[in-house]
Design a protein around this ligand. Structure first.
Ligand code: FE2
Length: 178
C-alpha cells in the first residue's frame, strides 16, 4: 500500500524549491532509472523511486565569484546528509508511512560515499539501486544538474511513473517480495 504518491511529493513547494536547485530533469531521469533497477534487483520500486526523486534535494550552491566552485563543493559538501533530513521531514509532513520515510531517508543518506572519511560504504540493495540510478544519469562536470526540463513535461513524467509503480505493486513478483 502506498500512503503517498510521487506526484504529491513532486508538487509540494519544498520539493519544487530544492528540485529546481539541483535539476528537475536529473531527478526525473534518476527516478525512472530507479524504477527499472528496483525491478531488476527486486527491491521495492515505491521506495526506490521516491528516494531517487529526492536524492539530491540537500544540495547547496557552492559558488565563488558567481561560478560553480567544484573544489569548495568537494571539501564542504554534505548534500546526502542534508537531503536525507529534508526528505524525511517532507515525507512525514505529507503523511508517508514512518518506516517507509526512514528507508527512503536512509537510501538518500547512503546513495553516495562522497562525504565519508574512508570512502568505504556497504550499501543495502535499496541504497545501491539509488546510487546506480544516479550514476546512470551522471554527465561529466556535473552537467546533469543543469539539464532543463519543462515544468509540465516533468509533472507528466512523474504522474506516468506513479502509474508504473502502482501497476507493478499489483503484480505477482512484488507480492512475493513482500
Ligand atoms: Fe544525483
Amino acid at each position: 500500500m502506498r500512503e503517498i504518491t510521487l506526484t504529491q511529493i513532486f508538487e509540494h513547494p519544498i520539493a519544487q524549491k530544492y528540485l529546481k536547485r539541483s535539476g528537475v530533469a536529473h531527478a526525473v531521469a534518476v527516478s525512472y532509472h530507479a524504477f527499472r533497477l528496483a525491478v531488476q534487483h527486486q527491491v521495492n520500486p515505491d521506495l526506490a523511486t521516491k528516494a531517487a526523486l529526492l536524492h539530491d534535494i540537500g544540495h547547496y550552491e557552492w559558488y565563488t565569484d558567481g561560478k560553480w566552485d567544484y573544489e569548495k563543493y568537494k571539501k564542504n559538501d554534505i548534500h546526502a546528509i542534508k537531503g536525507a533530513e529534508r526528505a524525511h521531514k517532507l515525507l512525514i509532513r505529507l503523511g508517508e508511512n514512518p518506516q517507509a520515510a526512514k528507508e527512503i531517508a536512509l537510501a538518500i543518506l547512503l546513495h553516495t560515499d562522497s562525504y565519508l572519511p574512508d570512502g568505504e560504504l556497504h550499501q543495502r540493495p535499496l541504497q545501491k539501486v539509488v546510487r546506480l540510478a544516479d550514476e546512470a544519469d551522471e554527465e561529466p562536470g556535473g552537467n546533469h544538474h543543469y539539464r532543463e526540463m519543462d515544468d509540465q513535461l516533468a509533472l507528466k513524467k512523474i504522474q506516468e511513473l506513479d502509474e508504473k509503480v502502482a501497476e507493478f505493486l499489483n503484480t505477482e513478483p512484488f507480492r512475493q517480495l513482500g
